[in-house]
Design a protein around this ligand. Structure first.
Ligand SMILES: *Cc1c(COP(=O)(O)O)cnc(C)c1O
Length: 357
């Protein structure tokens, strides 16, 4: 065999995205996947029906303009269809946005530890990912993020609530940061978990986006709306920004099945939000129980909790797996998604036996 051509150096150096693992089949042990922040509820029948009906036109390309989806979202959000840009998950929309705005050597500021897709998406464009450490409370350090903006900065990404640690920014913090970022720099507010937020003072990206042309809000149907497997997310942005993001999208990226299911999910919002309410109640129960056990868990406004285990993380992940629960280990700690109550109970048992850090 001859030697294959080499990819660009940045591709060879990319950090790997580590997906949350599914549990291995274990005879006699009920297992739970709490490693990917997925919605534990299966699709509602009406949503499954819409997706199934769309299968009848699989021989046709999807509507590349996502017309019906944009109309439904525009109606829901009170924005214009020209302010929307959809993609195969909001991660894809972020890729498109970075491609539209970053040249090699540009800088993208984001918190760290935060969503692991950020440094990968940034590096692919040839830009540099500038990682600003979280505060000791596992929150965004907005002062340090503002200070990290340089002449090379093109984009600042804010993850609220922050994956994998859980806290949301307050609206005052986000406003403070946006006011310190020059107008020619985009501020992307990643609101993947916004439906789970119950903090009254939490950041409202859309409210800021209404008056600031450099603010972009990213949302997804993967988490609260339960469509992780179909890949639909979108950005809300100034029409010129949205057009630039759409220009970088793969043609026909969002499938007809995904478009139909997303529209159906928006139609079924009240039922879906009842499920979100149940997940939030479970989250609050898990958080309170862990704290009562002595764990120093940061506030979480998302559908997961963060256990700052440090070096004990691999041992904890192994103990959880032994009990039937797969968590997502990071170098600094473990992220545990809120799942079915029975799975959450197993996690709480493991945490009690393992003992707080
Ligand atoms: C899950 C997640 C997303 C959305 O992912 P998609 O499935 O691509 O829509 C975006 N940002 C963060 C922080 C997430 O955790």
């Amino acid at each position: 065999m001859t030697t294959p051509p080499r990819p660009r150096q940045v591709i060879a150096d990319l950090p790997a995205y580590v997906p949350g693992r599914p549990p291995a089949a274990r005879p006699g042990v009920r297992t739970y996947k709490l490693s990917s922040n997925e919605n534990p509820y299966p699709p509602l029948p009406g949503i499954e029906k819409a997706a199934t009906e769309a299968l009848g036109t699989l021989n046709r390309y999807p509507d590349m303009g996502c017309t019906a989806l944009y109309a439904a979202l525009a109606d829901r959000l009170g924005v214009g269809a020209d302010e929307l840009a959809a993609g195969t998950g909001s991660v894809a929309v972020l890729y498109h946005l970075l491609q539209a705005y970053c040249d090699p050597g540009d800088e993208v500021v984001h918190a760290w530890r935060s969503f692991e897709a950020y440094p990968i998406a940034v590096t692919v464009t040839g830009a540099r990912s500038v990682r600003v450490p979280l505060t000791s409370g596992a929150e965004h350090d907005v002062a340090a993020m503002a200070a990290a903006v340089t002449d090379r900065t093109k984009v600042v990404v804010v993850c609220t609530p922050n994956n994998p640690t859980g806290p949301a920014l307050t609206h005052d913090e986000l406003t403070w940061l946006v006011e310190r970022v020059p107008e020619h720099v985009l501020v992307v507010v990643d609101e993947a978990y916004r439906e789970f937020v119950r903090l009254p003072s939490a950041a409202d990206g859309l409210a800021l986006q209404r008056t600031r042309a450099n603010v972009v809000v990213m949302r997804t149907l993967a988490k609260a709306y339960g469509l992780a497997g179909l890949r639909v997310g979108y950005a809300v942005a100034h029409p010129e920004v949205a057009a630039a993001v759409r220009a970088c999208a793969l043609p026909f990226g969002v499938s007809s099945v995904a478009q139909a299911a997303a529209i159906a999910a928006l139609d079924h919002e009240p039922e879906l939000m009842e499920r979100v309410e149940a997940i939030v109640a479970e989250r609050d129960r898990v958080l309170a129980t862990l704290r009562a056990q002595g764990w120093a868990v940061p506030d979480t406004q998302a559908n997961f909790v963060w256990l700052p285990l440090g070096e004990r993380t691999p041992a904890f992940a192994a103990a959880a797996e032994e009990a039937g629960v797969v968590v997502r280990p990071f170098p600094e700690g473990a992220r545990v998604s809120i799942g079915e109550p029975a799975g959450n109970d197993v996690l709480l048992d493991v945490a009690a036996r393992f003992g707080p850090v």
